[in-house]
Write a protein that binds this ligand. Sequence first.
Ligand code: FAD
Length: 474
Amino acid sequence: MQDHRIRKLVIVGGGTAGWMAAAALRRHFHGGPLEITLVESEAIGTVGVGEATIPTIRGFYQQLGLSDIEVMRATQATCKLGIRFNGWLREGQSFIHPFGHFGQDLRGVPFHHYWRKLAQAGEPTDIADYSLGASLAAAGKFMAPPRNPTSTLSIFDWALHFDAGLFAQLMRRVAEDNGVRRIEGKITKVKLRPEDGFVAGLDLESGETVEGDLFIDCSGFRGLLIEEALHTGYESWSDLLFCDRAWAVQSEGLDNPPPYTDVTAHSAGWRWRIPLQHRYGNGYVFSSRHIRDEDALAELKAAVPDPLLHEPRLIHFNPGRRKQVWNKNVIALGLASGFLEPLESTSIALIETGIEKIKALFPDRDFAPELADEFNDWSRREMERVRDFIILHHFVRYRWEMFAPPSWMAIYAGFEMLPEAVDPSLDGVDPKALSAPLAEMRKAVREVVASAPPHQAFLDQYCRPAAAASSAAE
Ligand SMILES: Cc1cc2nc3c(=O)[nH]c(=O)nc-3n(C[C@H](O)[C@H](O)[C@H](O)COP(=O)(O)OP(=O)(O)OC[C@H]3O[C@@H](n4cnc5c(N)ncnc54)[C@H](O)[C@@H]3O)c2cc1C
């Protein structure tokens, strides 16, 4: 039997996507004959943003053998319990989208029906008071979730805010330590095989040629292989998502970073504020159809309270997705595969799921078209559903989607878009009988929050980069 296995995997680009793929795939194919080479150009650089994550990132680096504390120390990270939305519904109003549950389901009926029924009976309460994650975040506190939660009231999850450059460096260290070969150099030409148009190799400015069987395009928005060489095509969603530019700037940090990302509505978009241990990341994502660049910049500068660390950078983007993420022998990952405004910090999570798909559908040199079809279909549905969560049009749960019902609930409640009807099985329940058990739930959440340490105390104890801190939390 002929051996058709992929022998040479070439990753193009050394941003977050490239080094995450290199670290994870090297580990996955450990000990086998696969050679992995990564080509990047320091002269071109990386996009340099992408600092807020969702909890799946923790599973990703744990698979690489890294603990939370190791990653937090290496990347100046802080804890993220969720996202606080400010001024989206009206001036002065805020709500938190936590990574976790709200309340306890009773008799198999989801909690929010009881919560609505109590409100309709004249006792409105804040949904956040039933969420430990949201309540800890609002109080500026942090503790690790209990390993064996005794009730859904104590279930919450957390993610990180990290320095994107330091995270890519960490991934590079893991990848290189495990045998990934790095080539520094600018790719000047992508060579195609005349017989089938597959990518044969990459010419570098140095004169070197890098050949491969399979190429992972992590070259950023331009899509050096997937688009510039293979002309795959891009489906723009600019009719659904108007934002197409961002000003990004880092500012000096303060003590007591909040354990959440702030996203604040602005005149033509929204502003992020991401706390790290040593600084903040800030940015204004806006629609160029509704505001001029210089006016957006002025709004951002006026809103950032601390001294800026450099001149703000303007980033252009086109919301949407590559029509085929896998085309011939090229798979696009990261910004090369598409981009949605970072309102829910989904890009890095999509890199993780992209890597999982590569592992699950890894081809041989015959490149069975069914594998690419499956990969492309899966990627399309996933990206469309993240898009829908961002524009919040639907309320249907699919097995494979990234955001679970409590996330949809958090956003609907925050926007005060609430159903009139409650589950008919509650028709026989006296609303007065709900008052006491729901008050008990709020009390249980309050008591845990009161005993939790401030976020800053947690960072000081475990996560200072140079500290020889105890690893009790690991
Ligand atoms: C404004 C903004 C805010 C964001 N915020 C978040 C967030 O909070 N959370 C989140 O999850 N994601 C966020 N993202 C997305 C996140 O930044 C990206 O998903 C992540 O950084 C991955 O980027 P990348 O590695 O695909 O591309 P890049 O960082 O652009 O890397 C491209 C690589 O390709 C190399 N390259 C390109 N051309 C060549 C060539 N000719 N020769 C050799 N090398 C080449 C470059 O040198 C570089 O190494 C944000 C994105 C934007 C634009």
